[in-house]
Design a protein around this ligand. Structure first.
Ligand SMILES: *Cc1c(COP(=O)(O)O)cnc(C)c1O
Length: 404
């Protein structure tokens, strides 16, 4: 059970007013709000232990290093990785994907195939197109159906011994669809392909177990699960991380440097060149602690109730169409009302204090599939309420009258 008043008291921003109205924050799929413990963790870091890590012999540096490595272990435990050095701390999902995509340049040959899905975020399309340009590999796409689900029979047809990599998001950010990644991973492994799962949109709602999934790479951003921006993680199986070359050269990622030859540091440091986002990494660990204290089962159950309630209320509005109607989805609702441009709806309800996203949600291929320029997207979190949904619905009705 979620004690909603207690939870909301943890998030100082929820007391803000926007344009004179109480904030209704329904843009959680873009970034989540931060609880006080995460904000405190950032302030405490800079107030008490700020120092560079891994290099200093002095006490402060040791304290910062310990706190940073403790965060890595929290992340390892959260995702159930076998070893802490299989967790690479990155700048976020985009950075994590690029580490893998760049690393595969030396592992692919002309004519090899990479499979992505029609439901991808741009950050999960463009790096693979660039990889194909560098290597002559071919990009194949698992198509989607009108409910916003992947057509799995087509996936079977795309797989062959030419398939080297499969990249799919766990949950679509534009539609909320939860993809059948267990099946995707198992089938890819049968043809010897590696699988990367983009967990940016799933991790705020569920707790993936990378060993149970037997996934090769799993990536996420802290800022979508109550942590700060500019930090995220790349989980990779040890054998894969050893196979991939480093992404960036610099300090901290080397064993020995001479002008003739440099040898790389062991995992995870091989992929962590330069001074990292130390405070961000520590606060990422705090954010996971916070979410685990609420409990992912509680979060999923409560958000599902919000989703059902909002879906029912929205469908009572005439001419409103929801995109993404899979039974298996997180609390994301993408919709349009008649021919009204999503931007116009977004601007009017913003005047009423309500934050939603409008546009293509970095997933233009999905919009092209539905032949629409974009949608209004409301995405809920465990700190949202049924009352906020009521405010949202009456604001939409008002906007609809004004724009008709
Ligand atoms: C947000 C998001 C990304 C990009 O994450 P960044 O934190 O901006 O790097 C990638 N994939 C999906 C599905 C997302 O929702």
């Amino acid at each position: 059970m979620i004690d909603i008043d207690k939870v909301r008291a943890d998030f100082p921003i929820l007391k803000e007013t926007i344009n004179g109205k109480p904030l209704v924050y329904f843009d959680n799929a873009a970034t989540s709000q931060k609880p006080q413990v995460v904000i405190d963790s950032i302030v405490n870091y800079y107030s008490t232990i700020n120092s560079n890590i891994h290099r200093g012999v002095h006490t402060l540096s040791q304290k910062a290093t310990d706190a940073y490595e403790e965060a890595r272990i929290k992340i390892q435990k959260h995702f159930n990785a076998k070893n802490s050095y299989e967790i690479i701390l990155t700048a976020g999902t985009t950075h994590s994907i690029n580490i893998v995509a760049t690393g595969f340049t030396s592992l692919l040959n002309k004519g090899d195939e990479i499979i992505v899905s029609a439901l991808e975020h741009h950050s999960n399309i463009v790096p693979w197109q660039m990889l194909c340009e560098r290597t002559g590999a071919i990009l194949k796409v698992i198509p989607m159906n009108l409910d916003g689900e992947l057509v799995m029979s087509e996936y079977d047809n795309l797989l062959s011994n030419k398939t080297k990599l499969v990249f799919v998001n766990h949950v679509s950010n534009a539609l909320g669809t939860i993809n059948p990644i267990e099946e995707i991973i198992e089938k890819a492994h049968k043809v010897g392909a590696a699988v990367l799962i983009d967990g940016a949109q799933s991790c705020p709602h569920l707790k993936p177990d990378v060993q149970a999934l037997d996934v090769d790479f799993y990536v996420a951003s802290a800022h979508k699960l109550c942590g700060p921006t500019g930090v995220g993680m790349l989980y990779g199986k040890e054998a894969w991380l050893n196979k991939l070359p480093p992404y960036q050269g610099g300090g901290e990622m080397i064993k020995q440097v001479t002008f003739e030859k440099t040898t790389y540091a062991d995992l995870p440091h091989k992929f962590e060149a330069g001074t990292p986002n130390i405070c961000g990494g520590i606060a990422f660990g705090t954010a996971l602690d916070y979410m685990n204290s609420i409990g992912f089962d509680n979060i999923a159950a409560y958000e599902h109730e919000l989703l059902e309630y909002a879906t029912k209320k929205l469908l009572e509005i005439e001419d409103l169409k929801i995109y993404g109607t899979s039974k298996n989805k997180t609390a994301v609702i993408s919709f349009n009302i008649g021919n009204i441009h999503p931007y116009d709806i977004g601007s009017i309800i913003d005047k009423l204090g309500i934050a939603v996203r409008t546009g293509h949600h970095c997933a233009q291929p999905i919009m092209d599939f539905y032949k629409i320029p974009g949608t209004v997207r409301a995405s809920f979190s465990f700190y949202n309420t049924f009352e906020e949904i009521d405010i949202f619905i009456s604001a939409l009705k008002k906007a609809k009258m004004m724009l008709r």
